[in-house]
Design a protein around this ligand. Structure first.
Ligand code: NAD
Length: 499
C-alpha cells in the first residue's frame, strides 16, 4: 500500500493542496512506498504565517522552560528510537544500526540545546563610564528555516532545529522529499514534548517551496545542507534577500596515510569510513592518499582484501555492512563515475557494478569499488561521487599529500594516520580543511563544538551546532544605561565617550 504523506503545520498534519506529489521509494525493492505532497508557494506562505504567529508565544517561555521541552523531547525520541530507526532505514536505505547513529547524533545537539539558559547569558560591564552600565542580550530572530538533504533525515533537521528553537525562534523545515517520514514524526514528538503548535513546522516540497522561503521577508535566517551548487544558490539568494544564511555543500574527504601508521588498523577504519552508508555521507572518506610506494602497495592490498569481504544487503539485514543507495539515479551516477574512472585510465581494482542482492533484485544496490593510481586531473578525483567508491591517489611525500587536500576545491573533512606527533600537529595547523581527524577517519565534531567545511563545502560565516549556532540563531542587543542618581556630565552636543 502506498502511504499518503502530509505537511505538519500549526501542530497538525495537513494534506497537500498543490496537486503535485513526489514519490518516496523503498530502496530495497525499488517500489514506491509513499507519496509526498510538494507544497505550492501559497502552502509555504501559510506555514510561515502560522510560525510567525506562534513565535512570540514560544519566545515568552523562559529559557529554563524551553530547556524542559527539549529534555522531554529527548525522552520521547529515545523511547521510540527503534521504530524511528526502522522508518528511517526503510526510506533512506542505510542499515538500522547506522540509522540509530543518525538519530543519536541529532539528539546530541538537542542535549547541547538543553543548556540554553547558560548559552543565552549576555555580558555585563558595571560602571563603563561614570554611573553608566552596559549589558548585552541575545534575542531570537523570529521565524527561521531549514532546508535539509536526504542523507541524514534525522540528524541534520535536529542540528538546525534544536539550537534555533532553544533560542526562541519558530522553525519551518523543508526536508528532503526523498525521505520525509522521520522529520514528520519528529514534529509530532516536539508537539508532545510541549512545543506550542506552529513553532516547528514541516513543509515538504521542491524548488518552488524553497524559492518561496528564500523570498519571504518573515524568514530571517536559512540553514541549508545539500549539494554545493544548491548550497551556493541558496546562500546567494538568501543573503541577497537580506537573510542570514549558512549553507553546507559537498565534499571529497582525503585520508593521508603515513608510512609509520598501523596499516591494518587504517584499512579497517577506511573501509567503514569509505563504504559505510554506501558512501552517502558528506564526511565519507573518498580519497586515500598513502605516502610512499611501499605504503601504497601494502594499503591497497589490505583494502582490496577487505572490500571483497564486504556484505551488501537489505537495509534491515543485520548482517549487512551497507544497504542500497537512496534512488535509481544514485546507482546510475555511481556506475557512470566508475566507467569514467576506467576511461580516464585509473586502475579499477574492485568493480562494484552489477551487484545483485538475492531476493532484492530490483533494489538500488551497488557494490563497493576501489580505484588505484588515480591522479588529480581525473574527474573521479575532482568530483563528489556520493557512493561506495574509494580512490587511491599515491603521494611521493608528506608535502605532496598535504597539497592534495589543500588544493582540492572541497574542504569538508580530512584525516591523517600516523604515529608521529610532529607530523600530525603540522598537518592540523596547516591543512585548509574545516574538520580534521588525527587517526580518526570521520572527524564529525561533538555537539558542543561546531561543524562546518571550508572552501566550496561551506558558504557563510558561522558553523552548525555548538556556540556558533547560538550566535547564528540570535541577534545581539546592547544596552547602555544611566539612572538619574548619576547626573550626565557631558555636553549633549558632543558624541559621548567613556571618560
Ligand atoms: P540536494 O542538494 O539535492 O538537496 C538538498 C535540499 O535542497 C533538499 O531539501 C532538496 O529538496 C533541495 N533542493 C534540491 N534541488 C533544489 C533546487 N534546484 N532549488 C532549491 N532547492 C533544491 O542534496 P541531497 O542529494 O539531498 O544530499 C546530498 C548532498 O548533500 C551531497 O552533496 C552531500 O555531500 C551533501 N551534504 C553535505 C553535508 C555537509 O554538512 N557539508 C552534510 C550532508 C550532506
Amino acid at each position: 500500500m502506498v502511504r499518503e504523506l502530509t505537511h505538519f503545520i500549526d501542530g497538525q498534519h495537513v494534506s497537500g493542496t498543490s496537486g503535485v506529489f513526489g514519490e518516496v521509494f523503498d530502496p530495497n525493492t525499488g517500489q514506491v512506498q509513499a507519496r509526498v505532497p510538494l507544497a505550492s508557494a501559497d502552502e509555504i506562505e501559510a506555514a510561515i504565517a502560522n510560525a510567525a504567529a506562534a513565535q512570540p508565544v514560544w519566545a515568552a517561555f523562559n529559557p529554563q522552560k524551553r530547556a524542559r521541552v527539549m529534555m522531554k523531547f529527548l525522552t520521547l525520541v529515545n523511547e521510540e528510537i527503534d521504530s524511528l530507526a526502522a522508518l528511517l532505514s526503510a526510506e533512506h536505505g542505510k542499515t538500522i544500526a547506522d540509522a540509530k547513529g543518525d538519530i543519536q547524533r541529532g539528539l546530541e545537539v538537542i542535549e547541547f540545546a538543553v543548556g540554553i539558559p547558560h548559552l543565552l547569558k549576555g555580558e555585563y560591564t558595571e560602571s563603563a563610564g561614570t554611573g553608566i552600565d552596559v549589558y548585552s542580550m541575545r534575542q531570537p530572530l523570529g521565524v527561521v528555516a531549514g532546508i535539509t538533504p536526504f542523507n541524514f533525515p534525522a540528524m541534520i533537521p535536529l542540528w538546525k532545529a534544536g539550537p534555533a528553537l532553544a533560542c526562541g525562534n519558530a522553525f519551518v523545515l523543508k526536508p528532503s522529499e526523498r525521505d520525509p517520514s522521520v522529520p514528520l514524526r519528529l514534529a509530532e514528538l516536539f508537539l508532545e514534548a510541549g512545543l506550542p503548535p506552529g513553532v516547528f513546522n514541516v513543509v515538504n516540497g521542491g524548488k518552488e517551496a524553497v524559492d518561496t522561503i528564500l523570498r519571504d521577508d518573515r524568514i530571517k535566517a536559512v540553514g541549508f545542507v545539500g549539494s554545493t551548487p544548491i548550497a551556493q544558490y541558496i546562500y546567494e539568494t538568501a543573503t541577497a534577500n537580506g537573510k542570514r544564511a549558512q549553507c553546507f555543500g559537498g565534499a571529497k574527504n582525503h585520508a593521508i596515510v603515513m608510512p609509520d601508521a598501523d596499516l591494518d588498523d587504517v584499512a579497517d577504519q577506511l573501509i567503514g569510513a569509505g563504504y559505510g552508508s554506501a558512501g552517502e555521507r558528506c564526511m565519507a572518506i573518498s580519497v586515500a592518499v598513502p605516502v610512499g610506494q611501499e605504503t601504497a602497495d601494502r594499503l591497497v592490498a589490505k583494502l582490496t582484501e577487505r572490500v571483497h569481504k564486504l556484505n551488501v544487503g537489505r537495509s534491515d539485514d543485520p548482517g549487512a555492512d551497507f544497504g542500497p543507495l537512496v534512488g535509481r539515479d544514485g546507482v546510475d551516477r555511481v556506475n557512470s563515475y566508475v566507467q569514467i574512472g576506467v576511461d580516464e585510465g585509473a586502475e579499477l581494482v574492485v568493480d562494484g557494478r552489477g551487484l545483485v542482492v538475492e531476493g532484492a533484485e530490483d533494489g538500488y544496490f551497488v557494490g563497493a569499488s576501489l580505484f588505484d593510481n588515480v591522479t588529480p586531473d581525473m574527474r573521479i578525483y575532482q568530483e563528489e561521487i556520493f557512493g561506495p567508491v574509494v580512490t587511491v591517489v599515491r603521494a611521493g611525500d608528506y608535502e605532496q599529500a598535504l597539497r592534495l587536500a589543500d588544493e582540492h576545491e572541497y574542504g569538508n573533512g580530512v584525516a591523517i594516520f600516523t604515529r608521529d606527533g610532529d607530523i600530525a600537529r603540522d598537518f592540523a595547523t596547516r591543512v585548509q580543511v574545516g574538520m580534521v581527524g588525527i587517526n580518526v577517519p570521520i572527524p564529525v565534531p561533538i555537539a558542543y563544538y561546531t561543524f562546518g567545511g571550508w572552501k566550496r563545502s561551506g558558504f557563510g560565516d558561522l558553523n552548525q551546532h555548538g556556540p556558533d549556532s547560538i550566535r547564528f540563531y540570535t541577534k545581539t542587543k546592547t544596552v547602555t544605561q544611566r539612572w538619574p542618581a548619576a547626573p550626565a556630565k557631558t555636553n549633549a552636543f558632543v558624541i559621548p565617550t567613556m571618560d
